[in-house]
Design a protein around this ligand. Structure first.
Ligand SMILES: Nc1ncnc2c1ncn2[C@@H]1O[C@H](COP(=O)(O)OP(=O)(O)O)[C@@H](O)[C@H]1O
Ligand SMILES: [Mg+2]
Length: 465
């Protein structure tokens, strides 16, 4: 049953029995017995059940008091850092869709949102599969047919995002015809990001060339060609060998030809329409370019929302009215295949931007959602602020260890699966099926096993052709 009191909007029972029996009692959880609901991501205060998105049902039966079949909700008020892990095909991208559906403006009202104020989001769509969020699942498509049946089983109606915008880089395939072109302005890229992109240390002589060039071009809205012209001009570099400059010019010229950069490129402000979901379909880009785009977006978001909240706080302090410029109070940045964007084994443009984003994003209303199939290959510093984890099936011990370290509560210690006792959390994670995961948050005394709900909008992952 949902928080909704209209019987037509109640979710079906769906789960009546489960092969998973957890032996550790759930000592602390945010449980609302009326309607059997559990809230994750915040500690309940009084009867405020607003701003919750529906994520699925409790899949474990528990020794002592059991919550099997209860409805699971996630908070949307606080800035969160959500970490979703699992092998390929375990349901990570699907979860991202579930979360985005829950925070976005929908085509029609839906019980998957309990009084949710829509939140602007940006998806770093590394596989270009989220464009379907704007559409309802269709009977005629076999993959959608199964989804529609599943929705009926849960008593959920198909739905779609009311405002989903798709962006593709200049040379990528456009398949809808409504995509906007994604280009970034060279002036939005910092010296350290250029250096990471060109594979140079900031404090090397080539790093110095980049820094000095950007300083000279200053705040003007320049093109990559202007950077090259400046670097190639001998008079600007009395003490720097031509050969070091040439190497940078060649690399920059390579970037100029990708058309990914333009002085007329998007400004991050263009993404900040209230309640809109911005989908950046980046599949055809090189990994370092995906990383660069993520860096530029993360850092600009941080600057823009940080300023916005500072102004708002000051106005509040002096009890003055706050004239916002339309900047939303909150943003969710969603990154699929995060290990590609911020790998642990190499310098990437996104690394420092994301570390800063998570460290200071809380005050700026910024949430981050990361999904990865290779937890041990994702830069560890970015994970320092994770407060919610969705742990799907994993196989390798190194990945399992990396995940357990990040769970913000206790892992399960003893569980029976179809009668067999498991006492190692890794073994429990290994037996999970698609769409099942352990959810960890600070408001519960241990991780709880969930079945993720079906998607209400069409799920991508199949080719549009
Ligand atoms: N909660 C779920 N309910 C029903 N089907 C799901 C669920 N999660 C995943 N699936 C199915 O599994 C497939 C793979 O899921 P996906 O999220 O794309 O995996 P990955 O972990 O590789 O991102 C999906 O195309 C979908 O058919
Ligand atoms: Mg995926």
């Amino acid at each position: 049953m949902s928080f909704s009191i209209k019987s037509a909007e109640r979710f079906s029972t769906v789960i009546e029995k489960s092969p998973y029996v957890v032996e550790d009692p759930l000592v602390k959880t945010q449980y609302v017995s009326k309607g059997q609901n559990i809230v994750f991501g915040r500690t309940l205060k009084g009867e405020d059940y607003s701003n919750l998105l529906y994520i699925g049902k409790i899949l474990e039966s528990t020794k002592g008091k059991s919550y099997l079949g209860a409805d699971a909700w996630l908070d949307t008020t606080f800035p969160h850092v959500i970490y979703i892990t699992g092998t390929r095909g375990s349901g990570k991208s699907f979860d991202l869709g579930v979360l985005v559906e829950g925070i976005s403006k929908l085509g029609k009202s839906s019980p998957i949102q309990n009084d949710v104020k829509p939140i602007t989001s940006i998806i770093i769509d590394t596989q270009s599969q989220f464009w379907t969020l704007g559409y309802e699942p269709r009977e005629g498509i076999p993959a959608n047919k199964a989804q529609l049946d599943e929705l009926k089983r849960w008593n959920l109606e198909p739905n779609n995002l009311a405002s989903a915008k798709i962006y593709t880089p200049p040379r990528s395939t456009k398949f809808l015809g409504t995509e906007q072109t994604l280009q970034i302005r060279p002036k939005d890229v910092r010296a350290e990001e250029w250096c990471a992109l060109l594979g140079q240390e900031v404090y090397s002589s080539q790093g110095h060339i980049i820094t000095a060039t950007l300083e000279n071009l200053g705040d003007s809205n320049f093109e990559i060609a202007d950077m090259i012209t400046y670097i190639a001009n001998d008079r600007n570099w009395p003490a720097v060998a031509e050969s070091s400059r040439n190497a940078i010019c060649y690399k920059l010229d390579d970037y100029r030809r990708t058309n990914l950069f333009s002085a007329n490129g998007l400004r991050i402000k263009d993404f900040l329409e209230e309640g809109t979901c911005n989908i950046l379909a980046l599949r055809e880009l090189r990994n370092e370019d995906k990383s660069l785009i993520t860096a530029v977006i993360a850092r600009n978001l941080f600057d823009i929302l940080g300023n916005h909240h500072n102004k708002k706080k000051t106005a509040n302090f002096f009890q003055k009215p706050f004239d916002g410029d339309g900047t939303p109070d909150r943003i969710w940045l969603v990154i699929d295949e995060a290990h590609v964007v911020a790998p642990s084994d190499r310098i990437s443009p996104a690394r420092s931007a994301l570390v800063e984003y998570v460290k200071r994003g809380r005050d700026a209303g910024l949430s981050l959602v990361l999904a990865t199939q290779q937890p041990s290959a994702l830069d560890d510093q970015i994970l320092s602020q994770v407060n919610i984890t969705f742990s799907h099936r994993l196989s390798f011990q190194s990945d399992i260890n990396a995940v357990v370290n990040r769970i913000p509560t206790k892992a399960v210690r003893n569980m029976k699966y179809s009668g067999t006792s498991l006492s190692d959390f890794g073994d429990m994670v290994r037996v999970l099926d698609v769409g099942q995961c352990f959810l960890g948050d600070q408001a519960s005394s241990r991780t709880v096993l969930l079945q993720i709900r079906p998607r209400v909008s069409a799920h991508g992952g199949y080719s549009p052709f």
